[in-house]
Design a protein around this ligand. Structure first.
Ligand SMILES: Cc1ncc(C[n+]2csc(CCOP(=O)(O)OP(=O)(O)O)c2C)c(N)n1
Ligand code: SF4
Ligand SMILES: [Mg+2]
Length: 423
């Protein structure tokens, strides 16, 4: 029997020999990258993947377990993730159904959340990840019901704290592929502090902020992204709060991947989610999401056919900033963007700025278009930077200290240094 076999119980669950709670970096790993692909599991352990727990109860939600999938005897994962990847293995052949749970979806008919769910479920097989290596962690809100509907591990945690749960999980299990699901209230009101620390730490996960500019679950109070003057139950005479611009907030917190997409463009959403997943570090994606019950049409000027071309610009690195079916473009005038009329005869596409998502300054300028009424709203990847991740740095530090000082003892630690006995 090999050491590995001795260390693997019958259910196939991995038992790393480790400092408490840490997973060793795989020898096959590309430098600086933590694999999110765990060791292959038996069908029995794969079947237990559909378990969404509630932090308040700590128990598995009744009825969330799914019967074993159609795929007995999955081949073990052989390929390590590509650099910057997130546990992808090209050998897996899953379908959307494998990532869809048996739970009834409880969102209002017509809610934009459905589109995000469908896109994510369709995307997962393309990422080549396994349900049992994937975890969706949410806070509280309509959008935060998301983990129930994914046939993966999941946690419906507490309000605004999904980043904290996710950071803890990645610190102890950097091999897992973790997604945080949050709303504009969850992420930017009660969870605002947690959001910014997730960004500066650059924990290796994806975070989807469903921005519907309202508290949906609690029936329509204004949120930190609601516009000034918003009349709601909690602001009967109109909100006087200056709203947050989520992409500017996270750029200010030194996020390493910042993107925006919309519920009504699933193709674009899928491409953005794929890029966020491929990013090593925190992949922040803001999704403009329609709450058709309490804030219907908040983003219609950007999402509906009649105005979309005029009011949006889809940005891509290496491509000139053009919009409105190629009739308009953007260029920098000092530190401000200005719009060019490409039909006037005065300008051509060559005068437009070629976008580069490696520039934090440019990303800052693009994120500020949010405030400019006559400017199109950008969608796409604003900013992308490779920087060490918190989980990898933490793991490396623990490994280094262990190498130098050997395993420690909590007992010894507690009785070391300046301690005394009260008699
Ligand atoms: C500690 C705490 N405070 C307040 C609430 C009430 N509450 C539940 S969801 C929510 C806001 C949700 O809004 P958002 O994050 O935008 O999610 P949406 O429902 O719009 O998807 C609030 C204030 C709560 N559940 N817990
Ligand atoms: S209240 Fe709004 S956000 Fe919540 S499920 Fe209904 S439509 Fe969706
Ligand atoms: Mg909301």
């Amino acid at each position: 029997m090999t050491d590995k076999e001795k260390n693997t119980p019958e259910d196939g669950a991995r038992k790393p020999k480790l400092p408490p709670g840490m997973v060793p970096r795989s020898p096959k790993m590309p430098p600086g990258i933590a694999s999110k692909t765990a060791a292959a599991k038996t069908p029995a352990s794969a079947a237990s993947a559909s378990k969404t727990t509630s932090a308040s109860s700590g128990r598995t939600k009744p009825g969330t377990a799914k019967p074993p999938g159609k795929r007995p005897g999955l081949p073990p994962s052989k390929k390590m993730p590509p650099a910057g990847g997130d546990g992808a293995t090209s050998e897996l052949k899953y379908t959307r159904a494998d990532f869809s749970s048996d739970q009834d979806v409880r969102w209002c008919p017509g809610c934009g959340d459905y589109a995000v769910l469908a896109t994510t479920q369709r995307l997962m097989p393309e990422l080549g990840v396994r349900p049992e290596d994937t975890v969706f962690i949410s806070g509280i809100g309509c959008s935060s019901r998301f983990p129930y509907y994914m046939n993966t591990y999941g946690m419906h945690s507490i309000h605004g704290r999904a980043p904290a749960f996710a950071t803890g999980l990645k610190a102890s299990r950097p091999d897992l592929d973790v997604w945080v699901i949050t709303g504009d209230g969850d992420a930017l009101s009660i969870g605002g502090n947690h959001l910014i620390h997730l960004m500066r730490r650059n924990v290796n996960l994806q975070i989807l902020l469903f921005n519907n500019q309202i508290y949906g679950l609690t029936k329509g109070q204004y949120s930190p992204t609601s516009e000034v003057g918003k009349v709601t139950k909690s602001t009967p005479f109109g909100s006087v709060d200056h709203p947050f611009n989520p992409s500017a907030v996270v750029l200010g917190a030194d996020a390493t991947f910042v993107a925006r997409t919309m519920d009504r463009d699933p193709k674009h959403m899928k491409s953005i989610l794929m890029q966020a997943h491929a990013h090593t570090g925190t992949g922040f994606v803001e999704v403009y999401q329609n709450c058709n019950i309490f804030n219907d049409g908040a983003f219609f000027e950007y999402t509906e056919k009649t105005s979309k071309a005029e009011r949006t610009i889809f940005i891509e690195t290496g491509k000139p900033l053009v919009y409105e079916n190629g009739t308009k473009g953007l260029r920098l005038n000092g530190l401000e963007m200005e719009s060019l009329d490409l039909e006037s005869g005065n300008y051509s596409v060559d005068d437009c700025l070629v976008y580069d998502d490696a520039s934090r300054d440019l990303a800052g300028v693009m994120s500020r278009l949010f405030w400019k009424e006559n400017m199109p709203q950008p969608f796409g990847v604003f900013y992308r930077e490779e920087r060490d991740t918190y989980d990898q740095l933490l793991h490396d530090q623990v490994s280094d200290v262990l190498k130098k000082r050997g395993p420690g003892s909590i007992e010894d630690l507690l009785h070391s240094g300046d301690t005394w006995t009260i008699e």
